[in-house]
Design a protein around this ligand. Sequence first.
Ligand code: SAM
Length: 290
Amino acid sequence: MTLKQETIEDPYLFAILNKLFEQGLQKYRVPFIRRRLEHRMRLRKIPNYQKYAELLSKDPNEFTELISSFSITVTEFFRDPSFFERLRINILPSIIDNCRLTGSQTPEIKIWCAGSATGEEPYSIAILVRELLNADQNAMNLSSCRLGIFATDINSSSIGISQEGIYEETSLKNVTQNLLSRYFQRVSPKVPHSSTARFYQVSEDIRKSVDFHVADLTKTEPPATDFDMILCRNVMIYFDRESREKLIDKFHKALKPHGYLAIGQSEVLMGKLLGKFRSIYLRERIYQKA
Ligand SMILES: C[S@@+](CC[C@H](N)C(=O)[O-])C[C@H]1O[C@@H](n2cnc3c(N)ncnc32)[C@H](O)[C@@H]1O
């Protein structure tokens, strides 16, 4: 997207936006960029865009801080529990059945979490699939499926946190005691922590089933093809229409026939974006490749 001066009332804001666009931020929607910008201005107690433009030209650290403020990493285990319940009851069992029906010697379930932040979402999926596979195997002695979860995010420090898999208990509030005791170990925080908060590390087996990489969704190709499901939740809200369309197209190509796409609860696929998918669980924002 190119910026038109007449649509931006303040010339200093226009200059700042151009500077950010030169860094590749044109994929984000202008109102979102403005909110992040104004948040930084409030933190630095800067009264107007002119003063903030001056600060940016004097202080390269502020520019770095501003750029990293676009990567919002809010997430938790089993975020939106009703979404995960839908996966557990309807979507994952169907993916597991399909996996067993392939007749392959090494059947594999392939899932991509695009915009995985600090890893809670892909680990939640890995735990759910492991639970379902174990229950089936115990009940019917069925052959197992290999689980391959890919998780990508633009933010390299979030990917570092994900790989370590250590979380404060606040992000585990939706994890049942039963799952907590089987898939997490209590650990001491690496750096001494002032509060009495508890920390837990995801079990090694679950950590090994997720392959984490740094990647910009708007620039790089998917980490694999033939996915059974792609989750891109609470990421596209920040993108402009054109970037969203390209991304949906990319997801469509990377999915298996009838593969699933899940987006965030406050997002929706409409018009041209919906054309390639059909909505199967509207409330949970789950779509299927048409
Ligand atoms: C709010 S978090 C969502 C995390 C998780 N999907 C969830 O719903 O709980 C949004 C994530 O999108 C990532 N993100 C933003 N722009 C991105 C891009 N262009 N490519 C890859 N990840 C991006 C951010 O770094 C952040 O970790």
